[in-house]
Design a protein around this ligand. Structure first.
Ligand SMILES: Nc1ncnc2c1ncn2[C@@H]1O[C@H](COP(=O)(O)OP(=O)(O)OP(=O)(O)O)[C@@H](O)[C@H]1O
Length: 645
């Protein structure tokens, strides 16, 4: 527990330091405090809390980060063994500071959860104030945020040591953090922790390069030969033309210094030629590769620095940079994205599983394209010449669903067709049965479906003998089935039958290919003379949050294409929902109030949901903080806690 006196003293320290008295703190900390107040609009008095994301959001983040999670896991476990017993918890966060992996002492689970040292917790500086992860992301380098260095008085018991893990193009991909609930008062006590975490992050970066660039040359460099092969300081990947495709962070720092480049985070080194960096020709690399022991040296062209080198040729021989391009994908699946990393991961999986004898469960918000995707999996499979039968489990009246699904014998019930009827499940025989909204299937039918899946046979209503079936089942839902299992609304055994593999489609607002998708949808609608968007219209579409996802985008474009003139879609052709405050359609239709009232109500809802954190709301609505302030003023909305804003 943090006493009120300590809290008050801490708040006074933060305020004093941000007003200029910075004597007791590192500048990196006081700069961050100033950012918290001035840019993130956080208030030390109200002590920001850590926001915890839902398990569905967490899973989506984890899926996006699948590669790094897998690569980093061994590093995390090794690090955990090194510091076991010292009371540290290890967190791996994504580049937004959301915790996607975690190793902590289960004995302290409640305390760790309470402190935000847990899966799903967001440690971005803009939400949680100065802290290890968030401030590391803001500065792009490793640091210690110890006890009173934290902005929020809620966190002044913690010590956090965080180091960025960079992707092979020099962007922050993740942050590795070790935190402890209790620690000595001296910040110096954490210096060894910083060295350990830095080393672990470096190893994760190297492992990522070795794993991902097996179609490229890998060059390992060190200033001494002893550890060159096992733990090189610098690692560089080159394509067959000798152009740089990837590097670890130490190499980025070395080469940026070499080229006199500003220490930016972007990929300013990618594509540069090996021969521009080293005093060596590309042909000679082959000779280095043939050396059995790494005693070869190489000279940096500009500084003349000499490094030991081990050169490893591509283990898979192809021309050109293969690691960044999309692998060959069946045509129907390839139409789903233009390179969004999370979607590509899902597609690669789906391509491999297209003919696997397992059921697939597709999760995703409404309108993300679950049915469209399921059909693409079917079309990519050997079953494509047979039927794809889609059933919306939420749309059938309960009384009809059994006979519709399983069919019935002649005269099975009053009103039945005299010849009987084949059910939808039997129609999918040899093909794919798509069960949409599976979370809405009544429990009684879940039991029947379980039998179909287990026995691979159906018994039509009124029949006595079962019919053998060969169907591939793909189910989809936007509901949280695991939560439904806990409340007894969904059968656990059915869940495991359906979930041979789970594929999660990201929300449209999280996809990087919206520009491509807009163009695709326009071309599908107007293949001969597709209208163009004005820059204002395009930017309104990019800014909008798309709660109805691709379906909503499609509807908006259909509307715009219908009302636009002279082949140009301007901002006036977009429906008002897309402009200004992005209200959810549901919220709008539920009220008969004037547009101003409903806008105000929507804003109030957003603010309340985010505990009146304007920065977070601005992020949700994709507008500036000042816009939110202006709107609050216009609607006369005042935060319940005046201190926040
Ligand atoms: N890549 C794409 N190209 C063209 N159209 C797409 C694409 N992805 C989705 N769509 C379209 O978006 C709309 C919504 O897709 P779909 O019905 O598959 O979503 P869903 O996730 O199954 O929705 P719900 O959860 O409401 O059932 C459909 O009209 C679909 O054709």
């Amino acid at each position: 527990m943090i006493g009120q006196n300590n809290r008050n003293a801490h708040v006074a320290d933060v305020i004093k330091a941000t007003e200029g008295d910075t004597t007791n703190y590192d500048s990196i900390i006081t700069d961050s405090w100033r950012r918290c107040i001035q840019e993130h609009q956080l208030n030390p008095v109200t002590a920001p809390e850590v926001y915890v994301h839902t398990s569905a959001q967490l899973r989506e983040r984890q899926q996006r980060m699948e590669d790094i999670l897998r690569t980093a896991r061994f590093g995390l476990e090794t690090l955990h063994r090194q510091i076991a017993g010292l009371g540290y918890t290890i967190l791996l966060t994504d580049a937004q500071g959301i915790t996607i992996d975690f190793i902590g002492d289960p004995a302290f689970e409640t305390e760790l959860r309470h402190a935000g040292l847990y899966l799903g917790a967001e440690w971005s500086e803009s939400l949680a104030g100065t802290n290890g992860v968030g401030t590391c992301i803001a500065n792009g380098k490793g640091l210690i945020v110890h006890q009173g260095d934290h902005f929020s008085a809620n966190h002044i018991n913690l010590t956090c040591t965080a180091v960025p893990i960079f992707d092979p193009q020099g962007q922050i991909a993740a942050v590795l953090d070790i935190s402890a609930l209790r620690s000595p008062e001296e910040k110096q006590s954490q210096h060894l922790a910083l060295a350990l975490v830095t080393h672990c992050a470096h190893q994760v970066e190297n492992a990522t390069l070795f794993n991902h660039f097996n179609r490229n040359w890998i060059l390992k460099f060190s200033s001494s030969p002893e550890f060159l092969c096992v733990d090189p300081e610098y690692v560089l990947a080159l394509d067959e033309d000798g152009l740089i495709t990837g590097f670890n962070n130490r190499t980025a720092l070395l080469l940026r210094h070499e080229f006199g480049l500003a220490p930016v985070k972007g990929g300013d080194l990618k594509g540069r030629a090996f021969e521009d960096v080293f005093d060596c020709t590309l042909e000679k690399l082959g000779n280095f590769a043939r050396l059995s022991h790494p005693r070869a040296t190489i000279k940096l062209k500009h500084s003349g620095t000499i490094l030991f080198l081990q050169a490893i040729p591509p283990t898979v021989s192809v021309r050109g940079p293969a690691s960044t391009s999309m692998p060959k994908m069946p045509e129907p699946l390839a139409n789903f994205t233009k390179g969004d990393p999370a979607v590509v991961t899902v597609l690669e999986r789906a391509a491999k599983l297209a003919d696997a004898p397992i059921s697939l469960l597709i999760q995703g918000e409404t309108g993300t394209g679950k049915e469209y995707f399921a059909r693409a999996v079917h079309d990519s499979s050997a079953r494509s010449h047979k039927e794809f039968v889609a059933i919306n489990c939420a749309a059938f009246p309960e009384s009809l669903i059994e006979s519709e699904l399983f069919g019935y014998e002649a005269g099975a019930f009053t009103g039945a067709q005299s010849k009987g009827k084949q059910g939808l499940v039997a129609q999918a025989n040899g093909g794919t049965l798509f069960l949409d909204e599976i979370g809405d299937m009544p429990l009684m039918l879940q039991t029947r479906l379980l039998r179909v899946l287990a026995e691979r046979e159906i018994i039509p209503v009124g029949a006595t003998r079962p019919i053998k079936l060969d169907v591939r089942v793909i189910a989809a839902t936007h509901r949280n089935l695991t939560a439904m299992i806990k409340t007894g609304q969904f059968r656990e055994d059915l869940y495991y039958r359906l979930n041979g593999f789970e594929l999660i489609l990201p929300a449209l607002r999280d996809r990087s290919d919206i520009e491509w998708l807009i163009e695709r949808l326009i071309r599908l609608r107007c293949p001969t003379a597709p209208p163009v968007l004005t820059p204002e219209a395009a930017s309104a579409l990019y800014r909008y949050r798309w709660p109805g996802n691709v379906r909503e985008l499609k509807n908006v474009l259909d509307f715009a294409l219908a009302v636009c003139s002279k082949g140009v879609v301007s901002i006036d052709d977009l429906p008002s929902s897309v402009l200004g405050i992005s209200m959810r359609p549901m919220e709008r239709s539920q009220t008969d109030d004037s547009p101003v009232d409903s806008e105000a109500a929507s804003l109030r809802t957003h603010l309340a949901r985010r505990h009146w954190n304007v920065t977070q709301v601005a992020r949700d609505l994709n507008v500036d903080r000042t816009t939110i302030h202006r709107r609050m003023k216009r609607f006369g909305i005042v935060a319940p806690n005046q201190c926040v804003e």
